[in-house]
Design a protein around this ligand. Structure first.
Ligand SMILES: *Cc1c(COP(=O)(O)O)cnc(C)c1O
Length: 376
């Protein structure tokens, strides 16, 4: 059996090696390393895939979030509402820009922003809402967008973990996550559902003015060559990464289907296991399983992780410390005990290997490990 890994980018590469190697060689031979044709081509292909008007590539997902906030032209101290239960990048950029992160609760079923908590957290200073489509499951965007619209607040979606996920509105409309708010952000970090062979990211928007502003900010605030209108940054997707992403984008639906098949297998295997809650999926969306995250409800989560490790079955805790308990946010101290669901999930969650290359033997081995622990 192939060694178990949280994500197996090597085996995935082997399946597309000829095509990828040729694409990389082509870029090297062209020496169009910066903003080469593959970058524009990839942006256009991704815009078509997502049915969104503008895709602006950038250097990584964290930059995408930072640029999105910069594009909204906020003032120091303005409040940005975001879940505490997310990867640090979501919340870090808020503080980096001297804005105030306001941490809200997630719901315990889908691990995403709780709209009731969101509405309660809105003040006169709230300028943006950043929901996260965590683990590949969409946040409840219909409710979030309705609240945001009522209060006139911009929504920036952190779609780093959910590219390809579908959202179904009550009126029958279907949209991809990342294309519903004012701006969507994603990451092409190698382990993401659409991963490059290095860093990469992108922003999505249907708003022409915002797209122009984002483009300008990502390129030193430049309006025309050597004329800089606003303070920006330097954030580009390099051509080699874009060439590789073009090849992988064609397979994204197939890759997400492979993740869903692995998740289905786990779901069935763990359905009767007491003390385990399998990941739930809302009827309003699909799930692209960036992570397969269980809740261990008998207090033995860490013991399970150790038991699995002893059998060479990897697992991860995403994330062991929620935002509101990170030292970097000490200045924004949320009241102790005010995010009980987030604190509880932090103690209960464990993610199992999930990726596009898991075979039956590997899945069975992982399942046996987990079930044996609960028998022991
Ligand atoms: C990966 C990730 C990011 C940041 O992406 P990078 O490309 O690593 O900068 C942001 N938010 C979430 C939820 C992520 O999972």
């Amino acid at each position: 059996m192939r060694a178990l890994q949280m994500v197996d980018t090597k085996t995935q590469y082997v399946h597309i090696k000829d095509e990828v190697d040729q694409a990389v060689l082509d870029v090297m031979n062209s020496s169009a390393f910066i903003n080469g044709p593959a970058v524009r081509d990839f942006a256009a292909q991704l815009a078509t895939y997502l049915s969104v008007k503008h895709v602006i590539p950038c250097a990584n997902g964290t930059d995408a979030l930072q640029i999105a906030l910069m594009a909204l032209d906020l003032q120091p101290g303005d409040e940005v509402i975001t879940p505490s239960f997310t990867y640090i990048a979501t919340t870090e950029v808020i503080a980096l820009l001297r804005l105030k992160p306001v941490f809200v609760e997630v719901d315990p079923q889908f691990f995403c922003m709780d709209p009731v908590a969101l509405e309660k957290a809105i003040t006169k200073k709230t300028r943006a809402i950043v929901p996260v489509h965590l683990y590949g499951h969409a946040a409840p965007m219909q409710e979030i967008l309705a609240i945001a619209e009522r209060f006139g607040i911009a929504v920036i979606e952190d779609n780093a973990q959910a590219i390809g996920c579908d959202y179904f509105f009550d009126n029958g409309q279907k949209k991809k996550t990342g294309t519903m708010g004012a701006i969507g952000c994603t990451s092409f970090y190698p382990s993401k559902n659409l991963g490059a062979f290095g860093d990469g990211g992108a922003l999505f928007t249907n708003d022409d003015a915002l797209a122009a502003r984002i483009q300008m900010i990502a390129n030193h605030g430049q309006s025309k060559r050597y004329y800089h209108d606003v303070v920006g940054c330097n954030s580009r997707l390099d051509t080699i990464q874009a060439a590789i992403l073009n090849i992988k984008l064609k397979r994204l639906d197939q890759y997400n289907a492979a993740r869903q098949a692995a998740a289905d297998f786990y779901d069935r295997a763990f359905a009767e296991c007491p003390s385990l809650i399998t990941p739930q999926k809302a009827s309003y969306c699909s799930h692209v399983y960036h992570q397969y995250t269980l809740r261990v409800t008998n207090g033995r989560r860490d013991a399970l992780a150790e038991f699995l490790a002893a059998r060479s079955i990897p697992s991860m805790i995403y994330y062991p410390v929620p935002g509101h308990r990170q030292k970097m946010f000490a200045a924004f101290q949320t009241e102790a005990g005010s995010l009980p669901v987030t604190d509880l999930l932090t103690e209960q969650v464990i993610s199992l290997p999930i990726h596009t290359e898991l075979d039956q033997e590997q899945l069975s081995c992982i399942v046996a490990g987990v079930l044996d622990f609960f028998k022991s």
